[in-house]
Design a protein around this ligand. Structure first.
Ligand code: FAD
Ligand code: SF4
Length: 471
């Protein structure tokens, strides 16, 4: 047992942040890695609570205090082994989870005002350093079965499903329409939150474990679902949620008004060198940009615009800062990098001004009574409208799941908002209404978080292993 008062002697340190002036011109992760001494010292701040709330709030229920103890004792490979027992992508969750709303928000030290243990940074540290030191998942005891599983979608849900299957002797084949694995980890989340090398390394590790990726292959276009159902014993769908949600006001189709995800993907592909020849590179250099929305996607559009050299970036959101859906950490980062926020503003239209610029018409809002989910609805204040002049508007109102064209043909049921029906409560976890087909992640939950997609991919793999009688 270390010093139980370490948390009072040593302040929380999640790793140094690159200065705003430096980071706002580069597409690199903004948190510097923890040194091994700092990782051990920070781990020693953990109180090893008997009933750790952090574990409960972590969607994959990581054994947090246990791996913190291993880091404190310098037992890196054992920490990596333990961390992978519950999480297929720990180095990625450590980077992108909104820890302030999950594990760290629930940490007893946070409740007591001492600053939470830096759980996310240490989770990232464990896998990054273990990989560097040569640790690899131990596949030596795997007994291979002849069962065949196809996975549609190489996002976190599909990758997590593949990870659990392969560790249990089923070699999955993962299909994705994109040229690289990762789903929104690659083609959505910008490099200043998650550098693409991290995903490439994960791909190498997974291929080394026996996972096969067939990229640039869209199911329903290049390969039909019927062919998969014929060739494989079961299919997992982790196809995400990509239906763009419109604002429903005038002017959304004006030139210069952009949808968030194509803008982000365009930027990422420019940097990866994979922008299709028929797609023009988008740039906000020298432009005045208004981003509409208050979630993670909006923050990523703000900060990408800043890095592209935008003259001014304003982010408008219809609720106040306390009621925004995105991570507080990302708002702080965006603000430090020069993004201006207009809270309590609802867009009511976009117009082309006489001088050729765009004008975003924003009305002030006030918060009404909480709805059934406890969120307070924004109500427009009459007569409060103002127009903000700009060159580009980026709309980031979120995404919904949608059924694929083959769902009816294959008897796959959907719930409200196009979400595929599957849950932990079906006879085999995450089985859809077609017994051979399983599903998880954003496709089932609607747009959500990486770590929840990981959880559902893992759960579905367990359901499939029971269904296939491998277990
Ligand atoms: P996806 O990641 O969307 O992956 C689905 C994959 O399926 C894609 O690769 C797609 O190409 C493939 N696919 C779909 N249909 C087919 C088909 N027919 N054939 C072949 N392949 C197909 N979450 C966080 O926790 N932290 C963050 O900071 C964060 N930031 C985000 C920023 C942005 C801009 C966005 C859009 C989302 C962000 N999220 C964040 C949410 C998170 O990325 C998603 O919840 C998560 O990626 C969902 O995982 P998934 O595997 O269900 O789907
Ligand atoms: Fe926290 Fe996310 Fe890691 Fe769970 S997976 S411990 S919520 S950072």
């Amino acid at each position: 047992m270390g010093d139980v008062f370490q948390f009072m002697k040593l302040p929380r340190n999640p790793g140094d942040k690159v200065e705003a002036q430096v980071r706002k011109v580069e597409f690199k992760e903004i948190y510097r890695p923890l040194h091994s001494v700092d990782a051990a010292d920070q781990s020693a701040r953990c109180l090893s609570c008997g009933n750790p709330y952090c574990e409960w709030e972590c969607p994959v229920h990581n054994y947090i205090p246990n791996w913190l103890k291993l880091v404190r004792e310098g037992r890196l490979f054992e920490a990596a082994e333990l961390s992978h027992k519950t999480n297929s992508l720990p180095e990625i969750c450590g980077r992108v989870c909104p820890q302030d709303r999950l594990c760290e928000g629930a940490c007893t030290l946070n409740q007591g005002g001492f600053g939470a243990v830096t759980i996310g940074s240490i989770e990232k540290y464990i896998t990054d350093e273990a990989f560097k030191a040569g640790w690899r998942p131990d596949m030596s005891k795997v007994v291979w079965s002849d069962r065949k599983v196809a996975i549609i979608g190489a996002g976190p849900a599909g990758l997590a499903c593949a990870d659990v299957l392969v560790r249990n002797g089923v070699r999955p084949v993962v299909f994705d329409r994109y040229e690289e694995i990762g789903g929104l980890l690659t083609f959505g989340i910008p490099e200043f939150k998650l550098e693409k090398d991290v995903i490439r390394r994960r791909r190498e590790i997974m291929e080394g474990m026996g996972v096969e990726f067939r990229l640039n292959t869209e199911i329903g276009r290049d390969v039909q679902i019927e062919a998969l159902l014929e060739e494989y014993d079961a299919v997992f769908m982790g196809m995400g949620a990509y239906r763009y949600m419109k604002g429903g006001f005038d002017g959304e189709a004006l030139p210069g008004v952009l949808e968030a995800l194509p803008f982000l993907i365009n930027n990422i592909r420019q940097r990866m060198g994979t922008l299709p020849a028929d797609e023009a590179p988008l740039s906000m250099a020298g432009k005045r940009v208004v981003v509409l929305g208050g979630g993670d996607t909006a923050m990523d559009c703000n900060r990408t615009s800043i890095r592209q050299g935008a003259r001014r970036v304003i982010c408008a959101y219809r609720r106040d800062e306390a009621n925004m859906p995105g991570s507080k950490r990302e708002v702080t980062n965006a603000r430090e990098e020069g993004v201006e926020f207009l809270w309590n503003r609802q867009p009511v239209g976009i117009v082309q001004l006489d001088n050729g610029s765009l004008g975003v018409r924003l009305a002030e809002t006030r918060l009404g009574e909480p709805d059934a989910r406890g969120r307070r609805n924004a109500e427009v204040v009459p007569g409060s409208e103002e127009t903000i002049e700009c060159d580009h508007v980026i709309i980031a109102f979120g995404f919904q799941a949608e059924p694929a064209t083959w769902f009816d043909r294959q008897g796959i049921a959907t719930a409200g908002n196009g979400r595929t029906t599957a849950s932990a409560n079906t006879p085999y976890k995450y089985q859809t209404s077609n017994p051979k087909v399983f599903a998880g992640g954003d496709q089932v939950r609607g747009a959500d978080l990486v770590v929840r997609a990981v959880f559902e991919g893992r759960q579905a793999a367990e359901g499939m292993l029971s269904y296939l009688q491998v277990w």
